[in-house]
Design a protein around this ligand. Structure first.
Ligand SMILES: Cc1ncc(COP(=O)(O)O)c(C=O)c1O
Length: 397
């Protein structure tokens, strides 16, 4: 389809007064109410107008009672998965879910028992740990290695040992990876699937970041690995791509009937197998050819943001930056600058930026910081320059 809509991602739109967590939690989390926030992973870029217009149109109606799920919603999800990720998804594989984290919790409850092991590869998105622990399961953390390019890699030898020793029942994979921005290769996924199948470990693949991938990288959904299909749960959402996390709209895809039934039964225990009216409208509107055009424009904009941010951050002596292959997040190693709480304070008070501290991503994240690049470029680069200047001045203090 011809791209004839242009998106103005440079426009700055204030989020003050909208209850945005990124802004409202600044005082309580960072101790400074006016620090510029580049932490939580939502965008300071607008949801495309065709989605907001569909929401407004429906909101102008005066009744918001119970709603059904139309087949067209499942068809939109199927279309997106096929056209954007080359995955043919059966309509009956799909279950709606309020959020990906909810789906992680349901999967943990459905596929494991209290005391069972759940494998995570740290550093990784914090709720992988919290949800497992809140459900009285045991986190089996297998820290990622760094490959010769400085990118994260799975330690398959350690994983095989972990499987033999601890017999975990579930593995949580972040695909693509937050915070490192790694796009797992097909060969890595095949190796992982073979190991999980041998040891009877079910895989949960969180693919929430999979739409934002930078060429020449290509997202490989776990669903495209034939041998994974009988042993996996794959989750996706419009939250990241369309900046709709507050609308709570996501879904899982489960090809295997038995696993799906366990997931559904567990959802039903808490009556949480649906999304609300606004989520349904946003899902169906976003997962469309218009949505695909918007996504392409967004990825182009974010790629340039990332390129410029990474090249600036590379000028910090003694820091190292992981260039993301996917996601709008940049992962920065600031361990050389002293204890992380001190570095955090300097970033807040000298650079006036709030980043995500690495300990949110598990022990392997200590001393690292995550910078959210989904902001209008001018502000983002100004903040990056302040970080660079603050840290490059470190030797003078
Ligand atoms: C890897 C990953 N999974 C899940 C989420 C949250 O998704 P949801 O809001 O649908 O629970 C995030 C948000 O940052 C994330 O990075």
């Amino acid at each position: 389809m011809e791209n004839n809509v242009s998106y103005d991602f440079d426009r700055e739109i204030s989020r003050l007064g909208t209850g945005a967590e990124k802004y409202e939690a600044r005082k309580s989390l960072f101790g400074k109410a006016d620090v510029e926030p580049f932490w939580v992973a939502d965008m300071d870029l607008p949801t495309p107008a065709f989605v907001t217009e569909a929401l407004i149109k429906r909101m102008n109606h005066s009744m918001f009672g119970y709603t059904t799920v139309q087949d067209s919603l499942y068809a939109a999800i199927q279309w997106w998965q096929q056209s954007q990720h080359g995955v043919q998804v059966g309509a009956d594989w799909i279950r709606l879910s309020p959020s990906v984290v909810t789906s992680i919790a349901i999967a943990v409850q459905a596929m494991t028992r209290p005391g069972d092991g759940v494998v995570v590869f740290s550093p990784v998105y914090g709720p992988f740990f919290f949800v497992t622990e809140h459900n009285q399961r045991k986190v089996r953390d297998e820290p990622l290695l760094r490959d010769h390019n400085g990118q994260y890699a799975i330690d398959f030898d350690a994983l095989a040992k972990c499987f033999k020793t601890h017999q975990p029942r579930l593995l949580l994979l972040c695909n693509p990876h937050n915070p490192g921005g790694r796009v797992w290769r097909e060969s890595e996924l095949r190796q992982l699937v073979a190991l999980c199948n041998t040891h009877n470990v079910t895989m949960f693949s969180d693919e929430i970041h999979c739409d934002i991938v930078y060429a020449p990288n290509r997202h490989v959904s776990l669903l495209t690995i034939e041998d994974a299909r009988d042993n996996c749960i794959v989750a996706h959402s419009i939250g990241k791509t369309f900046n709709t996390s507050g609308l709570n709209a996501s879904w899982v895809m489960i090809p295997n009937k038995e696993i799906r039934q366990r997931f559904v039964n567990t959802q039903e225990l808490s009556h949480c197998g649906s999304v609300n009216l606004t989520g349904k409208i946003a899902l169906e509107t976003a997962l469309s050819p218009e949505g695909a055009e918007y996504k392409q424009a967004l990825v182009t904009y974010l790629h340039e943001n990332i390129r410029q941010v990474v090249s600036r951050l590379h000028t910090i002596e003694n820091a190292s930056v992981m260039r993301p292959e996917a996601t709008f997040l940049t992962w920065i190693d600031l361990r050389a600058f002293g204890p992380w709480p001190t570095v955090m304070k300097r970033l807040i008070h000298e650079a006036n930026v709030a980043l995500s501290g690495g300990t949110f991503f598990g022990p392997a994240g200590q001393g690292w910081f995550r910078l959210n690049c989904a902001h209008p470029r001018k502000n983002l680069l100004a903040a990056t320059d302040r970080i660079v200047n603050t840290l490059n001045g470190a030797g003078l203090r």
